[in-house]
Design a protein around this ligand. Structure first.
Ligand SMILES: [Zn+2]
Ligand SMILES: [Zn+2]
Length: 344
């Protein structure tokens, strides 16, 4: 089979690789039909992940068809169309038993190594699934592979971020960052919000946000005042921060009204972020951070897709062959693509 391996910073190579086989009673193999490139992949692509093992097969967003299962696997069988949760979890640790999948003591992210134990990913012809009953979920016939690949990670992450913001119907919601995750958050927030205000510095992304029904605001120095101007000088009821990094979180904190909620799903690595605890105290601000829990949330998210209330497929900007993975990463890094789907 072919597999897309990261051999060094910005060095993706698609090469022949050994096909994985079922090695334990709980494991399975899945023939991949659709896989996607995610913003999270860029951290390893740029060489920012300490301890990353060069040669790891990339890809944590993928769907496919079950090829083989171990003796103990009960919920899927060969031939089933399945989505794969982007992060594996054991199902029996203290956190898993309390539905806190992202904190599983045995977690690992497909297509990653270093930050977690190495787990080869789904940008390959076939993928190894260590814990099939946890990680695999059969797909209804009405949900396409392309739609399901969003449920594997970013749509489920957006769902978690919006759900934790505890919106009331009609709330004003700001979404900071209109990359693929932000666009998912806009779709989910729109299920309840009165208005969704979208902030980004990139015009094309604001146009995408507007096409989904959000009010676009350029994220410049005047952005916070512009949003306050729309909300009686108060700020919004809830902010979904989807960009990651200190400037986005700073903006998000400024956009929330007193007693507002800031729900963060953007990735953060800065250990020295300066939090204005005095203002947070005076304003009774709630700050929530979520990694996303696709295993815990996939059933509900799939129902939103199956019912047609959310359609993530229009966010796909490029469809390419797995063989073109190196070029795909290049244009994704250059922000020439919103969301790239690869087919093995
Ligand atoms: Zn992802
Ligand atoms: Zn666990």
């Amino acid at each position: 089979m072919l597999a897309s391996r990261l051999m060094g910073p910005k060095d993706v190579r698609v090469e022949e690789a050994q096909e994985p086989v079922v090695t334990t009673p709980d494991s399975a193999t899945v023939d991949v039909t659709v896989t996607a490139i995610c913003g999270a992949d860029l951290a390893s692509y740029w060489g920012y992940v300490p301890g990353f093992e060069w040669g790891t097969i990339m890809g944590h967003e993928f769907v496919g068809v079950v090829r083989d299962v171990g003796d103990a696997v009960k919920t899927v069988k060969p031939g089933d169309r399945v989505m794969v949760s982007s992060m594996t979890s054991c199902g029996h640790c203290w956190y898993c038993r309390r539905s806190m999948q992202p904190q599983c003591e045995n977690r690992a992210l497909y297509g990653f190594s270093g930050a977690y134990p190495r787990l080869d990913g789904g940008q390959a012809g076939t993928a190894f699934i260590p814990n099939a009953d946890r990680d695999l979920w059969p797909l209804p016939a009405s949900v396409s592979d392309e739609a399901a690949v969003f449920v594997a990670d970013i749509l489920s992450t957006a769902y978690r971020g919006v759900e934790r913001a505890n919106l009331a119907y009609g709330d004003d919601v700001a979404v900071v960052g209109c990359g693929p995750v932000g666009l998912m958050a806009i779709m989910v927030a729109k299920l309840a919000a009165g208005r969704v205000i979208a902030l980004d510095t990139v015009q094309d992304r604001l146009k995408s946000a507007e096409s989904l029904g959000a009010i676009p605001v350029e994220a410049d120095e005047a952005a916070v005042e512009a949003v306050k101007g729309m909300t009686g000088s108060r700020g919004v009821d809830a902010v979904i921060e989807c960009a990651g990094g200190a400037p986005a979180l700073t903006t998000a904190m400024q956009l929330a009204r007193p007693r507002g909620v800031v729900s963060v799903i953007g990735a953060h690595f800065e250990p020295d972020f300066c939090l204005d605890a005095g203002t947070m105290f005076a304003n009774e601000t709630t700050l929530l951070i979520s990694i996303g829990a696709p295993t815990d949330d996939r059933e509900k998210v799939l129902r939103l897709v199956e019912s047609g209330r959310i359609d993530p497929v229009p966010v796909i900007s490029h469809r390419m062959k797995l063989e073109e993975a190196a070029e795909a990463y290049r244009i994704f890094e250059a922000r020439e693509a919103t969301k790239i789907i690869l087919t093995p």
